[in-house]
Design a protein around this ligand. Structure first.
Ligand code: PLP
Length: 500
């Protein structure tokens, strides 16, 4: 909290920005605030227990007519906003894929905010464009992709996958860019992906006019990987019905269990049927930075496109998604448009204009944070931290195996552990116990997990990827899970309340 009294009249004069002195003062305060937040984050409750609408109800609903002082505004940030967020950077927040906040990343975001450049063309910010090219090439090398692959940075994997599928569609139905899909005598296209793949595949299909129903979900094997023989059968059946197989989206690190589809076998199927192969490595492709995990990259060089989100495993703050294409010219030919007002009269011809590689025109300077974070840790430092997360995941798996009340629900491949409380009881009730454990723990504010369904059964899921998470934090969370399971199932009224 600041000592200074709020300035009721606001901090701005009649015109212009706030004064440099005040800005400096606020920055100093903010520097301490952020450092304190980061240092003491483990003492916060992770997530509020508010009902929807509770936070907005604490804020003034009227649009601000008059200026408020920054002290007033920041006091409200501390009082209402900060307690109202889920603290993803908390070391016992173990939902999703962990959190990639790092101090260098925060510093880089502050510089990005100060510069606030638009990286739509090379000319609008040469360094933003060239840094994007540079970090994309670093990452390409770390991923072991051949140098014919080039990339572009978007916000999210959903957007990356949509652009990859749009490029696949343009290849299968040339001139769709100009003519669209409707009114043409085109076959219905099919996209195949496992039943564990992310819903961004359907969203991409919706956006590019392929249609959600034309995304065919392929069954999986015992390791939650796409079953290639089932894929072959589905393609054969579709061909018999005059569908046109367009693409396979294979996943490296599925959302629920981090399983890895058998890419080399999928490559063969794609080559036989002249289908586009897009790899969704949003989370799992980061494993390629570890020499001992190079197995994960098998078949990647044969793919047409691959997406990785460094904001999922590689410590770049949200958001940063890199899409690589073997022939990125296809993507540019699909989306490049030059309206007169953007005409680059002083173009020299060698520059990259990243606005040509997708739907969006204005683009944030995302490359800076990747450049800062990756230099600050180096590949070795990133790999050491990923290794630490993999070790924690294996450790948790051992603890689960050692407690006979629990069982692992999927192989542990990366920093994700799926497990389940088991009991000699009916499936529905055990599902409910697992849900309740997660709900109770999340409501306690002391840890945060997710639940998912595997083979139709509810399981608990822990994602490890937070740079602040230590073995002790994991022990705390596991202890809490054991205790909560005991409390819930030990309650005298459990059978009745469970089936309610
Ligand atoms: N692919 C996988 C495997 C994911 O787990 C996710 C999200 O968690 C996505 C894609 C979508 O990511 P984004 O939020 O960047 O669109």
């Amino acid at each position: 909290m600041k000592d200074r009294k709020p300035q009721p009249g606001g901090d701005v004069g009649e015109l212009g920005d706030i004064s440099p002195e005040l800005f400096r003062e606020q920055l100093r305060w903010l520097a301490d605030w952020i450092a304190d937040y980061r240092e003491n984050i483990g003492q916060r409750r992770i997530s509020p227990n508010d009902e929807p609408g509770a936070i907005i109800a604490r804020l003034d609903a009227a649009a601000p007519e008059r200026a408020a002082s920054l002290d007033e505004i920041f006091a409200e940030v501390e009082r209402v906003i900060v307690p109202g967020v889920a603290h993803w950077a908390h070391p016992q927040f173990m939902s999703y894929f962990g959190c990639t906040t790092t101090s260098p990343g925060i510093l880089a975001e502050m510089i990005t905010g100060a510069l606030n450049v638009n990286a739509m063309t090379w000319r609008t910010s040469p360094a933003a464009t060239e840094l994007e090219t540079l970090v994309l090439d670093w990452l390409r090398q770390w991923l072991g992709l051949p140098n014919e692959f080039s990339g572009v940075v978007y916000d999210t994997a959903s957007i990356s996958t949509m652009h990859a599928l749009a490029t696949a569609r343009e290849q299968a139905a040339p001139n769709t860019r100009k003519l669209g899909l409707s009114g043409r005598n085109l076959p219905a296209f099919r996209i195949y992906t496992s039943n564990q793949a992310h819903s961004s595949v359907e969203k991409g299909a919706i956006a590019i006019g392929i249609g959600e129903d034309n995304v065919q979900r392929v069954p999986i094997d015992a390791g939650f990987r796409l079953d290639v023989s089932a894929l072959r059968k589905m393609i054969a059946s579709d061909l018999g019905k005059n569908f046109k197989p367009l693409a396979v989206v294979a996943t490296v690190g599925t959302t629920s269990t981090a399983s890895v589809d058998p890419i080399p076998e999928i490559v063969q199927v794609c080559q036989e049927h002249k289908m586009w192969l897009h790899i969704d490595g949003a989370y799992g492709a980061g494993l390629a930075l570890l020499p001992e995990c190079k197995w994960v990259t098998a078949g990647w060089s044969e793919a047409d496109s691959i997406v990785i989100n460094p904001h999922k495993m590689l410590f770049v703050p949200l958001d940063f998604s890199a899409l690589y294409l073997r022939d990125i010219g296809r993507l540019r030919r699909l989306f490049a448009l030059m309206p007169e007002y953007l005409h680059l009269r002083d173009a020299v011809g060698a520059e990259i204009n990243y606005m040509d590689y997708g739907v969006q025109l204005g683009r944030r300077f995302r490359a800076l944070k990747a450049w800062v974070v990756w230099r600050a840790f180096g590949r070795e430092g990133l790999a050491a931290r990923i290794r630490h997360h993999l070790r924690l995941a294996k450790l948790l798996a051992d603890w689960v195996r050692d407690d006979e009340r629990f069982e692992l629900s999927a192989p542990v491949v990366m920093g994700v552990v799926c497990f389940r409380f088991k009991a000699d009881d009916d499936d529905k009730k055990i599902d409910m116990i697992n849900s309740k454990i997660v709900e109770h723990i999340n409501a306690s504010g002391r840890a945060y997990l997710t639940q998912t369904k595997l083979h139709g059964r509810t399981v608990m899921r822990i994602g490890l990827g937070n740079i602040l998470t230590t073995e002790q934090h994991l022990r705390n969370v596991w202890g809490l899970i054991q205790l909560t399971a005991g409390e819930i199932t030990g309650r005298a009224d459990w059978p009745q309340s469970a089936s309610r």
